[in-house]
Design a protein around this ligand. Structure first.
Ligand code: PRX
Length: 646
């Protein structure tokens, strides 16, 4: 551990403003582990309103991958996020919206949110959407994305939000995989002054989705878009004709709330399924305690609704707590690198939650954009998506937080629904780069290669013993893959896919993925998906993708490609290959570096040795390891010769 990673005690501000000091955290944590049923029953009754009380708390068998929480309980997520707040806080702002242009702002009260969501739910009903149907949402970061999610929840439809940066091909694959019959989109989205043609992307996708009978289009920019009278529905016009009364559907705790596709190490993206009761409880409870959220706080999470962070910590968690949550359409560098801090000053943000990649990018542009703003409203800072390097942590802590705001480094995954590891702000000091201690009810375990639990200070694979309410329940349409991916590597535990180290104080340091998943700017990318896109090019016979350290993105995408016989290397082809990946997957998946590889290092059974490719990409040639088991060891010399980073 170096000087930059020294221990920072609980800040005076966090001490004065906390739900849990250290003894309280320890006591409650113990209770949550020794008597989980009682602990979670109490939380479920404190945080949520139920139409019908649950009969049992947990029914979990990790060997069979069967996970159920709050069986027999009935509730509605949209009721919990909106209706129950109306008497007390109907006029309070639920959503502060700020568009791409700083002058474009709007406050939406809980009353207004209620009206919009009820109407949107009626629009969906009008188009035949029923409980259990799947609905695809491909939207900009505007309030309507939240209305759409909550409208689905209100009528019991299952939403599948697809990030607005995904390409036509990715939308198509996700619509087909979840068998969505309705798509909600906008004419265009606007980010950083640029317009992105969402409707046109959907149009191209649905030509091969015969089951889609309705495309609901929100007018965002008013751009001229192609129109199909049979399927396309103008959102604003439809909203004007429907009633603003819509009773929430009574849902079982274990009914699905949403599907969210995420990349895995192999195969097509996985449709992670979260259910109504456990997920909402876990999102609400972690939101309140991790961010020390109090009534009246103004809270801003910079994520996109297309990722789990947007689901849990822009919409579901904060709204279940009756919070004021900010929805931002733009990017942190437009109109300049002071945008976030300008927004903190104007909206008097108290809690700010972002990703290390954004912090690193802003840090690189200079302190002056921060120092001329009044950031005195800030009380707490959060980080998510990847390990935060100590340099970025210090900049965030000192320059943004003025050494006064605790930083919660929150470790979790799409699959976990909410934060599993983070030190609660008032209960434990901080170590820059460490996620910290487990949340209530969470039992992280480090195992060695054989799956044996390691005690005390240890390093190995991170797995979880026992369930927590926000855990995913299955992969949509493929429970066997769910079992295989998460419960077969280490029998009896949930396998996270991350490596971690536990130090003498019990803090967890996340070391990154131990499978072939990349983490680029906090986005999860599957190497297999990028490879499949590259080999679609007629001139490419084979591709292998690995990650390499990247100053801003955390990891960059490094692709090795092998040409078909008789084809020649060229700069134009590199450009074409990058464009091909952007078209197939979205531009955020584009390789940063492409190296020609006349041969790839393979075992005699034909398996590509990515370990070697990673080392060559990183220019770390001292530890290539044993290459003698390769079918043709000479290819390694050739790849080293051609390496791009030196
Ligand atoms: O490798 C871990 C990394 O992001 C992965 C989960 O990605 P995703 O499902 O897209 O969810 C991202 C937002 C929750 C994890 O397996 N990760 C996430 N948070 C952290 C992190 N790595 C280190 N520190 C974190 N705080």
């Amino acid at each position: 551990m170096n000087e930059l990673q020294k221990f920072y005690p609980v800040t005076a501000q966090a001490k004065a403003h906390t739900f849990f000091d250290k003894p309280k955290y320890q006591e409650l944590y113990q209770q949550s582990i020794s008597n989980p049923d009682q602990f979670w029953a109490e939380q479920a009754n404190e945080f949520l309103d139920w139409y019908k009380p649950f009969e049992s708390v947990t029914n979990v068998d990790f060997h069979k991958a069967d996970i159920e929480w709050f069986k027999g309980g009935q509730l509605n997520v949209s009721y919990n996020c909106i209706d129950r707040h109306l008497t007390e806080r109907g006029e309070q702002t639920a959503i502060i919206f700020e568009g791409d242009e700083p002058s474009d702002t709007q406050n939406i009260s809980y009353n207004e949110l209620h009206e919009q969501v009820c109407k949107f739910a009626n629009v969906l009903k009008q188009r035949g959407v029923k409980k259990g149907d799947t609905v695809c949402i491909y939207m900009p970061m505007i309030p309507e994305v939240g209305y759409a999610m909550l409208a689905c929840a209100r009528i019991g439809a299952v939403h599948s939000v697809v990030f607005g940066g995904f390409s036509t091909e990715s939308i198509k694959a996700r619509i087909q995989a979840a068998d969505c019959k309705v798509v909600i989109t906008a004419d265009e989205s606007v980010r950083g002054g640029k317009n992105i043609p969402l409707k046109a992307n959907v149009d191209a996708a649905v030509t091969e989705c015969p089951n889609v009978h309705s495309v609901i289009v929100v007018e965002r920019t008013g751009a001229d878009v192609a129109w199909n009278d049979e399927t396309d529905v103008n959102y604003q016009q439809a909203m004007a004709t429907v009633s603003s009364i819509c009773e929430p559907e009574v849902m079982d705790a274990e009914d699905p709330l949403f599907i969210l596709y995420t990349s895995g190490s192999t195969g097509a993206p996985k449709g992670v399924v979260h259910t109504c009761g456990g997920y909402l409880l876990y999102a609400a409870m972690t939101h309140k305690y991790v961010f020390d959220y109090r009534d009246g706080d103004i809270y801003w999470c910079t994520a996109d609704a297309g990722w789990i962070t947007g689901h849990s910590y822009i919409f579901y968690g904060p709204l279940a707590n009756g919070a004021t949550t900010l929805v931002f359409e733009g990017v942190p560098t437009y109109p300049d690198a002071g945008r976030c801090w300008d927004m903190v000053e104007r909206h008097k943000i108290n809690v700010f939650y972002t990703a290390p990649t954004a912090i690193r990018a802003l840090m690189g542009i200079g302190d002056e954009y921060v120092l001329d703003k009044d950031l005195s409203s800030l009380r707490l800072l959060g980080s998510v998506g990847e390990p935060i390097n100590p340099e970025a942590w210090h900049w965030y802590y000192e320059i943004v937080g003025k050494s006064n705001c605790p930083i919660v480094d929150t470790w979790w995954q799409t699959e976990t629904g909410g934060i599993l590891i983070t030190s609660l702000p008032g209960s434990a000091g901080m170590k820059p780069g460490a996620a910290g201690l487990p949340f209530f009810g969470v039992q992280p375990v480090i195992v060695d290669k054989e799956g044996n639990e390691q005690d005390g200070e240890a390093r190995g694979a991170l797995v979880m013993k026992g369930s927590w309410p926000g855990q995913m329940r299955t992969l949509y349409g493929d429970h066997e893959r769910f079992h295989q991916t998460y419960f077969s590597q280490c029998a009896g535990y949930y396998y996270t896919g991350d490596g971690a180290q536990r130090d003498k104080d019990g803090y967890y340091w996340i070391l990154g993925r131990i499978d072939d998943v990349l983490n680029v700017s906090g986005h999860r990318l599957g190497t297999a998906e990028i490879e499949s896109a590259l080999v679609l090019h007629p001139k490419i016979s084979e591709a292998a993708v690995v990650g390499y350290p990247h100053d801003i993105k955390g990891q960059g995408v490094y692709a090795y490609v092998t040409l078909m016989h008789d084809e020649v290397e060229s700069e134009e082809l590199i450009v074409e290959l990058k464009a091909l990946v952007a078209k197939e997957l979205g531009s955020f998946s584009k390789p940063d570096l492409i190296q020609w590889a006349p041969g790839l290092p393979k075992t005699r059974s034909g398996k590509i040795m990515r370990r070697i490719l990673r080392k060559i990409a990183e220019n770390d040639l001292g530890t290539l390891g044993d290459t003698s088991t390769l079918a043709d060891p000479s290819v390694v010399e050739d790849l080293i010769e051609r390496r791009l980073l030196r």
